[in-house]
Write a protein that binds this ligand. Structure first.
Ligand code: SF4
Length: 434
């Protein structure tokens, strides 16, 4: 276990900026980046994700995705077995055979990702070179790229970041003024945002990643992009290196975040303020009505976030400002100040932020804080439930449609449901005991 890095001061950037962050390095309880395949394969509908990994990796994605084996899923694992690990087989030759067989059997695949894992990193299998070799063989009909989903020093949403980062060099060049929404969104949410943009008269908007790998959006120095997910640090750097510039905004969670996110886009695209208000007003009103009853359940409840999805800070902001929840500690695997700039301005000044994890120390702080709800990974949720804490799985927040006005109440409901369930269980136990 590494030494704990002492508490450091976060530079103050405004009146709302929280004053300090605990930064820790130690034992962590997080999923690996392979998990991203579960939502990425649903999004890019002609892509296939071939994990080069162990049986453990295969079990992880198979069980997490919950796909029936006869459903022809668009992911699989090329198993690295004992012979590969012992250096007795030529892993590259084996991989070439697997890819050949796969592409012969599945002509619908137009984009193949070779996804690295802990075992492929341990045996130092050069997947970048393998992808280049196979891309020459099968391109341009099939594009073959690689990224790492390894659990060594990464957290699970970094799988999406690594995947999008691998795609950025493939984006065509343009000098046209355009806007790109970056981050994997469920189709239903993408459609809702597209309708809002159209109503505002914004037509030059693309989404990255696209639903079809043959429709990659073009990019250049006149492209502005806005993040829909806060965990895309490497992708941001790559897009900026292609000349695009990032629009800084809060994330579209809840009414307030969605309005500020849309307003940032509207201002960048020159939308008239009156038209903007006219478009968003009915959606805001509907979302406010849906959110009101959930506030009754969540108001004044204390919540503690373990670092897991990197969504923690935007979600904590929504729960605090729109639902009146009290934030105890808000932990995040990485605190990316450029990406979270606007979110940090909205955090209450007395909130305890933490970056990284030393799980034993954090569990001690959790017990002192004694919250009504804990947001954490699956590995911590069951033990904490058995100790009487009410938990919410962080991963569920990434799998569910939670962006935008129409999902604001659904997002709040994800937090309200465990509290209601606990209240009902307590009531029933009391009845039984009497
Ligand atoms: S990539 Fe590593 S952490 Fe993830 S399932 Fe495979 S072995 Fe486990």
């Amino acid at each position: 276990m590494n030494a704990v890095i002492p508490i450091q001061q976060l530079q103050s950037t405004g009146c709302g900026t929280p004053p300090e962050v605990i930064r820790e390095r130690g034992q962590r309880e997080v999923f690996c980046g392979l998990t991203g395949i579960i939502w990425m394969h649903r999004k890019i509908q002609d892509a296939f994700f071939l994990v080069v990994g162990s049986r453990t990796c295969a079990h992880l994605i198979q069980s997490a995705a919950g796909v029936m084996i006869f459903a022809e899923p668009r992911f699989a694992t090329a198993i690295i077995d004992d012979r590969d690990l012992a250096g007795l087989a030529d892993a590259n030759a084996e991989l070439d055979k697997v890819v050949q067989k796969l592409l012969t059997r599945r002509p619908d695949i137009k984009l193949l990702f070779l996804v690295g894992s802990c075992p492929s990193e341990v045996i130092k299998l050069d997947l970048h070179r393998a992808a280049g070799r196979l891309d020459k063989q099968f391109g341009p009909n099939v594009r073959i790229l690689n990224y790492s989903g390894s659990g060594i020093e990464t957290t699970f949403t970094q799988g999406e970041d690594a995947c999008l980062n691998a795609l950025v060099p493939q984006l065509p060049q343009t000098q046209e003024k355009s806007l790109m929404v970056v981050g994997c969104l469920p189709d239903i949410v993408e459609d809702q945002f597209s309708r809002l943009f159209k109503e505002m008269g914004i037509h030059q908007v693309s989404f990255f990643p696209p639903r079809n790998s043959r429709a990659l959006p073009a990019i250049g120095s006149n492209t502005q992009f806005i993040l829909a997910q806060p965990f895309l640090g490497d992708t941001v750097r790559s897009l900026e290196s292609r000349g695009a510039s990032m629009l800084s905004a809060p994330f579209p969670f809840g009414i307030e975040g969605t309005t500020a996110w849309l307003l940032t886009i509207a201002n960048a695209m020159g939308v008239d303020q009156e038209l903007f208000e006219k478009v968003v007003a009915p959606k805001k009103a509907r979302a406010e009505m849906a959110l009101a009853p959930l506030k009754e359940t969540l108001q004044n409840k204390k919540i503690f976030f373990f670092p897991d999805s990197q969504l923690e800070i935007p979600l904590a902001r929504f729960l605090n400002r729109e639902l009146g929840m009290q934030l105890t500690e808000v932990g995040t695997p990485y605190l990316h100040k450029q990406i979270l700039e606007k979110e940090l301005e909205w955090m209450p000044v007395d909130v305890q932020l933490s970056e990284g994890q030393d799980v034993e120390k954090q569990l001690d702080r959790l017990k002192l804080a004694d919250p009504d709800m804990v947001v954490c990974g699956l590995g911590l949720a069951n033990p904490l439930e058995s100790e009487g804490f009410t938990t919410k799985w962080a991963i569920e927040l990434v799998f569910s449609p939670i962006h935008g006005y129409d999902q604001a109440a659904d997002l709040a409901e994800l937090f309200a449901r465990p509290l209601r369930r606990k209240a009902k269980l307590q009531f029933n136990t009391e009845v039984l005991c009497n």
